[in-house]
Design a protein around this ligand. Structure first.
Ligand code: GLY
Length: 403
């Protein structure tokens, strides 16, 4: 059931075999998916060639990306998923019309960081998987080369962030020796490049990165640090810290989500059990700390006296990740356990944060928290929208994505 050759089999993507058994919320999710697809189709002429960046606070409208934005591919990813489901050529054309942006990313080394994974999986890998386009494949392989080349020995991971002149000097220096949890999403680009080329180093570097993350970003109770700094001379880990969470010892909910989804997906890419089992224990941690309505707050250690902003994007990434985890277990009690957890989070999002049915709304989910300590909360977020669409698709049984 390859996603890239439905034409060969006479099947459309929408009719391919589905993994999940019907869930208790099947109708709720199928309706939400139909609403999401309607919204995406309606936004194509409105957005034109612009890529949503972040919601304008107090509205259901987006501001748009300029150059060098890590979020630039999430609308493209929604277009490709919607095209896979509907076969609507307008969606494909709109997604592909963004290729010059991604070409400029390749041509600008200063823009290269771990986000190459998000950027190229949801644009060029998606295009290649769905249409077989050779130029898209070549561009994604170049991106994978750049990502793999960010390994700075003896530190056992690919460098995540780049130092920027605008950074406060201590953080600027720290960034050059930091592993962050967001980067686990990008490992799928390296596994994909390994499958395409047979070059073992792609897979070896991704495995090294994942193993370092499990050892140093994941705590004994299966919560996580946002980031860990290393000694660049010895490669030894020094200290976990946060950039976007509440404090160094807390568990930032979107960071936890990046790891659950990334490790579950790395298991699906490699069959290495420790990736799946670590993601499962991290999901158990989330399950114990979710509010009754199923939508995570922006940090799992938020004290009562702090304003309890939700992060719908953390919910969407976690839901998509635990459905992938259920798929990874294939059979046994874990399939039901993690499907149920995905359902709990996703039904919370559908009931409390879904804005796809609202006329004029420019996205799928409200109440995302990009960076609370900088005042960026209660926003539309393009990654919240992308992973919400992916989670809804997984909830009704789809298993083929671009990771
Ligand atoms: N990767 C940045 C974030 O999650 O906000």
């Amino acid at each position: 059931m390859a996603m890239d050759d439905p034409a060969d089999t006479g099947e459309s993507y929408a009719t391919l075999a589905l993994f999940q058994p019907p869930t208790a919320h099947k109708d709720l999710f199928a309706d939400a998916l139909a609403r999401a697809l309607g919204k995406i189709e309606s936004l194509v002429p409105k957005f034109g060639l612009r890529n949503p960046r972040m919601g304008i606070q107090g509205t259901l409208a987006y501001e748009f990306c300029t150059d060098d934005e890590w979020v630039a591919s999430f609308w493209t990813g929604q277009l490709w998923l919607a095209y896979a489901l509907t076969g609507n050529e307008r969606l494909k054309n709109s997604a592909r019309a963004r290729r010059p942006y991604f070409r400029r990313v390749l041509e600008n080394p200063a823009w290269h960081d771990h986000d190459l994974g998000f950027l190229f999986l949801l644009s060029c890998v998606a295009d290649f998987k769905l249409t077989g386009d050779k130029d898209a494949r070549a561009m994604a392989l170049r991106a994978a080369d750049f990502l793999a080349a960010r390994w700075r020995q003896p530190m056992p991971f690919v460098m995540c962030w780049n130092p920027m002149l605008r950074d406060e000097p201590k953080f600027r220096e720290r960034k050059t020796r930091t592993l962050n949890i967001d980067s686990l999403q990008g490992m799928s680009l390296l596994y994909w490049a390994h499958r395409e080329t047979g070059q073992p180093s792609f897979r070896e570097i991704a495995n090294m990165h994942n193993e370092t993350a499990i050892r140093h970003l994941v705590r004994d109770d299966f919560s996580s640090f946002h980031a860990v700094e290393f000694n660049p001379a010895t490669g030894a880990a020094i200290k976990g810290y946060t950039h976007q969470g509440l404090n160094d010892g807390s568990c930032w909910s979107r960071g936890q989500a990046w790891a659950i989804h990334g490790l579950a997906q790395s298991f699906l890419n490699t069959g290495i059990a420790v990736y799946r089992d670590t993601a499962a224990r991290m999901a158990d941690y989330v399950s114990e700390r979710l509010p009754d309505d199923g939508v995570p707050l922006w940090d799992y250690d938020l004290p009562e006296d702090r304003r309890a902003f939700r992060d719908s994007s953390a919910g969407a990434v976690t839901a998509a990740g635990v459905y992938a985890l259920a798929q990874g277990f294939e059979s046994g009690p874990e399939v039901g356990k993690y499907t149920e957890l995905g359902d709990r989070i996703l039904s919370g999002l559908v009931r409390h944060c879904d804005i796809a049915g609202i006329d004029g709304a420019e996205g799928l989910l409200k109440e995302g928290a990009a960076f609370v300590e900088l005042g960026r909360a209660d926003n539309l977020l393009p990654y919240g929208d992308y992973y919400y669409l992916e989670a809804l698709m997984r909830a009704v049984g789809h298993t083929e994505f671009f990771w």
